[in-house]
Design a protein around this ligand. Structure first.
Ligand code: SF4
Length: 341
């Protein structure tokens, strides 16, 4: 039988090895290494976060990318992602609605005014139809004419022609989340596959757009699957990873799942940074639920280097001024336009 002292030494060794591999050599942890971090005892979580912060500072630098997000088409999606209140298949309160082009430009302007450099246009769809592509043509051109900001898009699964057209419009980054580990995906979505999402991401990469791909932690996956997901993201090697924590939405199949504990959320932040030393790692939805104000600070000092300001798609986020004041207090400059990697 191992003693408590031996167990602690063993856990501590996980961080010593991670320091040597990730911090010194810039090589991300594999699934086994991520799992070991996800299993660290609570008392070592601050040390894991401190190491993740050192890794972020060494391999990414102090800048924080600030992004705004707007929903061009909300709700009524035909897909059945079990966490999503925008699916038209569940009895959730989000109803289908479209934003018009002047409102889209105004949202881009308001986002740029916060200092954000990235504006992501999102639509709740399986993939774009002709109406959505024509809205994008008009909307992207109108924003480019009026506002100095980089435009990203998140419009679901794409055909090769749509990928090429978005790249030609000047959409510089495309978001499409894998959401969870390949082995857990069929318990989260049944209307399309992990592979279909993966294929869209490969087309996006080949077309020269930046790849933004993350997921949601706390959807009933095991710790092994959480580690598997981190390793699959590392294999994809995205430019940016938005890390969400499940915010159980009423009316969705995952509406009754318990929110992740703060300690588990912070272990995940540290572990994903240690798997992805050079990636822009963003705190996305759900952080207010699991972490509150303190957690935002812990995340930024634990490997996170991007954030969304203002509202998320279907839930309210924090006041942008509070987030921006926190960056100033932590001496983390907002990444300037044009320096996004
Ligand atoms: S495809 Fe997107 S908008 Fe549609 S249900 Fe899934 S997560 Fe929600």
């Amino acid at each position: 039988m191992t003693t408590l002292a031996e167990q602690t030494t063993g856990s501590h060794r996980v961080l010593v090895e991670a320091r040597e591999r990730v911090l010194e050599r810039g090589i991300g942890l594999d699934a086994a290494g991520v799992l070991a971090v996800l299993r660290l005892p609570d008392e070592l979580v601050p040390e894991a976060l401190a190491l993740a912060h050192e890794v972020r500072m060494r391999w990414c630098g102090p800048e924080v990318e600030v992004e705004g997000i707007v929903s061009l088409k909300t709700g009524g999606c035909p897909e059945d992602c079990h966490f999503c209140s925008q699916s038209g298949r569940f009895d959730s309160p989000v109803r289908s609605a479209w934003l018009d082009i002047p409102a889209l430009v105004e949202a881009a302007r308001a986002t740029a005014a916060t200092g954000a450099t990235e504006f992501c246009i999102v639509a709740a769809v399986r993939g774009p139809d002709e109406r959505l592509m024509s809205q994008m043509r008009e909307g992207v051109a109108a924003i480019k004419a009026a506002v100095d900001i980089q435009i990203a898009a998140s419009l679901g699964m794409l055909t090769q022609d749509q990928v090429d057209e978005l790249a030609a419009m000047g959409v510089h980054r495309y978001n499409h989340n894998l959401e969870t580990a390949r082995s857990h995906f069929p318990r989260v979505v049944t209307t399309h596959t992990f592979q279909e999402r993966w294929d869209t991401l490969q087309m996006v990469r080949r077309a020269g757009m930046e790849v933004c791909c993350g997921g949601i932690i706390g959807m009933g996956e095991t710790l092994e699957q959480r580690a598997e997901f981190a390793a699959q993201l590392a294999e994809l090697d995205p430019d940016e990873v938005p890390l969400n924590f499940l915010n159980p939405r009423p009316g969705t199949p995952f509406g009754d799942l318990p929110p992740l504990s703060a300690a588990d959320a912070l272990r995940a932040v540290a572990a994903f940074r240690l798997a992805l030393p050079r990636t822009i790692l963003r705190f996305a939805g759900g952080r207010e639920i699991t972490l509150g104000d303190l957690g935002t600070r812990d995340g930024l000092l634990g490997g996170v280097n991007a954030m969304i300001v203002g509202n998320y798609l279907t839930t309210l986020g924090r006041d942008p001024a509070a987030d921006l004041a926190l960056l100033t207090e932590l001496s983390m400059p907002i990444k300037a336009l044009g320096t996004a990697v």
